[in-house]
Design a binder for this molecule. Structure first.
Ligand SMILES: [Fe+2]
Length: 317
């Protein structure tokens, strides 16, 4: 994959106009767009206006210093992954640790040579480019997930609700942030494979024939295939493929049993069934919360879903 970094936007913040113009000159020569600030406050303003691909920050600046600027950048969802290089005069171990703790990607001592600067900037811009590509892929997939709802009027909002319910259960169960992200994404995408199911079958009122049901049952496999190119989706793909498995082995597509079904998938299954029961479907009206839990409990008795997750759901809805 060719990584296009020419024309990338770089924000420089340093209270020394001499350093700023020296950096500006060098970076513009490399074909980057450069925006400069002489203090931390102006830097943050520029970052929000320009949405840069890389930020070069002086450690000690008036008003807001480099470390605080870096922390603000990291805590803002829009810039949390934007690479930051801290510029420092002293380069002590203590400074380095403080910079890394504030979320900087790298440090550069002010007596750096041009080649070092060029290489560090290039490598972080390539990282940013790769992150952006991944982000684009995620957004495309989320839009695809919406198209399932267009096909099936009874599932409007279903993916978002399942995603929310499953994430809420997982948060209550003290899952860590990375697991929560996988669950949120898998919730949005769990039925994406229905894109491959004809509308007539999806919207059919009344009972499905065996043949139609076989076609519907293929949606977890199609969903997994759609997400296959995304390497960071390992867990998400597992959840999508297995969200219709049952603990007793009578689910689909693989007939997994008990411990073969991971905890994230078990959560998704419970969230999916609960939302389906409490919203209108082509074949019936929505149920009350109480009736929905009675059904969930009967599924626990039949060893289809995980009772401990149903208990957590009861506490959070
Ligand atoms: Fe499904």
């Amino acid at each position: 994959m060719e990584l296009k970094i020419t024309g990338s936007k770089i924000v420089i913040a340093d209270d020394s106009p001499t350093i700023v113009s020296k950096l500006e000159l060098m970076l513009k020569k490399q074909g980057y767009q450069v925006f400069s600030a002489l203090d931390g406050e102006k830097c943050l303003q520029l970052v929000s206006e320009v949405d840069p691909d890389l930020i070069l920050l002086d450690l000690d600046m008036p008003k807001v210093n480099g470390l605080d600027v870096c922390k603000v950048i990291r805590h803002d969802e829009k810039t949390s992954l934007t690479p930051v290089i801290i510029l420092t005069a002293s380069g002590s171990k203590d400074d380095k640790n403080r910079a890394l703790a504030a979320g900087a990607n790298d440090m550069l001592y002010k007596n750096y040579d041009n080649i070092e600067l060029k290489l560090k900037v290039e490598s972080l811009l390539k990282l940013k480019y790769a992150i952006d590509q991944l982000e684009n892929a995620n957004n495309i997939i989320k839009s695809l997930a919406k198209t399932v709802e267009v096909k099936d009027k009874y599932t409007v909002g279903h993916a978002e609700r399942v995603s929310f319910i499953a994430t809420t259960i997982a948060r209550k169960m003290k899952f860590h942030e990375a697991q929560l992200k996988d669950i949120t994404m898998a919730g949005l995408l769990h039925d994406i494979g229905k894109i491959g199911v004809p509308d007539l079958i999806l919207n059919k009122e009344g009972k499905l024939t065996d043949e139609e049901f076989t076609i519907i049952k293929n949606h977890p496999v199609i969903g997994e295939e759609i997400c296959n190119p995304i390497k960071s989706f390992e867990k998400v793909k597992q959840i999508i493929r297995h969200h219709h498995e049952k603990l007793n082995g009578k689910g689909y597509p693989d007939g997994l049993k008990g411990d073969q079904i991971n905890i994230e998938t078990r959560i998704m299954t419970v969230a999916d069934i609960y939302d389906a029961l409490t919203s209108d479907r082509s074949y019936r009206k929505s149920m009350t919360k109480e009736d929905a839990f009675n059904i969930l409990k009967s599924l626990v008795e039949r060893d289809e879903i995980d009772g401990s997750i149903v208990s957590v759901l009861e506490k959070v809805v």
